[in-house]
Design a protein around this ligand. Structure first.
Ligand code: DON
Length: 353
């Protein structure tokens, strides 16, 4: 780096964009399959832009203009917050933090809605005005968080799972399919097969990582699922069909890695053991324990304090987190009616054709 800086100091910008450093950079591109050429570098122009200016309580604030969103968002938030006496509320009060969150939420929504390189998109002028900020400040409910989705009916918010998805299907003849499919992690290996339109998974992650390393965090290094040529990795996918006398009763499954099996267990117990409707069975809070970490998880634990205390007295350690997305179908054995239950945790819907 010292050499690079010396070259720039001695030869000026051309050292970087056309000279020795450009050569090194392009060589590196070639090594890694990158795209930048010497011509790209030679044509590059730095653009000097006018800073974004705003005020906060009479002070001038200058920030960077697009293509950074920093200046506009910062001024927008300061303008909103200027409408409130935060000092009086105290820095770490719920009111101050609520107002800050609401200002952030609104400015970042505008960031998504409007901001990009000003050479390509028209950036609206109103974002940094006091009038606009006043309007946004008025839209803040002092007693309630605004759901982010409510701020942007104009932007479609996709909730599609990035890694694993489950759906349950049944046709008019009672032929059922319980389908879970997985890329393992978000976007799998992040490699798209060019021209074929699909991603390669990184399912190898489902093998035990380190031979012999089983730990309290839940890393498993036992022998059965160690990587070996030709061997398939251990999955937790649990697409399930429950039937009676050859007739389908319940179709279920879920994403969620190791929690999947327990999600399916909960849905089945809720229906088969506790007699719940499929809708209630799918929505009900779920329980998970996977040996290690030696900790149980119960969704909405905060709402079941007494129950949690009783379990803790029994020696269980409990935490709370969202679990699964189990779109399921129940077939009423008396009427033969199909009941589709969409899990509200991530996204999905029940439909009939
Ligand atoms: O087959 C498995 O068990 C994993 N590949 C599933 C990963 C998963 O569910 C992640 N998504 N939420």
């Amino acid at each position: 780096l010292a050499k690079t800086l010396r070259l720039i100091a001695n030869d000026g910008p051309d050292a970087f964009y056309k000279g020795r450093i450009a050569d090194l950079l392009v060589k590196e591109m070639k090594r890694g399959g990158g795209l930048i050429t010497k011509k790209d570098l030679a044509l590059y122009q730095a653009v000097v832009r006018k800073p974004i200016h705003g005020t906060f309580r009479g002070f001038d604030v200058y920030g960077p203009p697009p293509p950074s969103s920093g200046g506009i968002c910062l001024i927008e938030m300061l303008n909103i917050l200027e409408n409130f006496d935060l000092k009086k509320q105290g820095r770490l009060s719920a009111r101050t933090m609520h107002l800050m969150i609401e200002a952030m939420r609104r400015a970042y929504c505008d960031r998504a809605r409007h901001l990009g390189d000003a050479d390509f998109v028209k950036i609206p002028k109103h974002l940094t005005t006091k009038e606009y900020a006043k309007k946004l400040a008025k839209s803040i409910d002092l007693n309630r968080a605004t759901p982010s989705e409510k701020l942007a009916p104009d932007i479609s918010i996709k909730k599609e799972g990035e890694s694993t998805t489950h759906f349950s299907i049944i046709d008019k003849n009672g032929l059922a399919v319980s389908n879970t499919y997985t890329l393992e992690q978000s976007y799998g290996s992040r490699v798209v097969v060019r021209g074929a339109g699909f991603l390669l998974n990184n399912e190898m992650f489902d093998f035990n990582w380190n031979p012999g390393v089983t730990n309290q965090k839940g890393t498993i290094g036992t022998k059965p699922n160690r990587i070996q040529p030709g061997k398939r990795m251990l999955s937790s996918q649990t697409p399930t069909i429950v039937a009676k006398d050859g007739k389908v009763l319940l179709i279920t499954g879920s994403p969620g890695g190791r929690t999947i099996i327990n999600t399916v267990l909960c849905v089945i117990l809720n229906v088969m053991e506790h007699g719940m409707s499929i809708e209630d069975a799918v929505q009900a809070p779920r329980l998970h324990h996977s040996w290690f970490p030696d900790r149980a998880y119960f969704e909405k634990a905060q709402a079941y304090r007494k129950l949690m205390t009783s379990l803790k007295k029994l020696g269980h350690r409990i935490r709370s987190r969202r679990q699964g997305d189990a779109h399921s179908i129940y077939v009423d054995p008396k009427t033969g009616a199909y009941h589709g239950a969409s899990d509200s945790r991530i996204i999905g819907k029940a439909s009939g054709y």
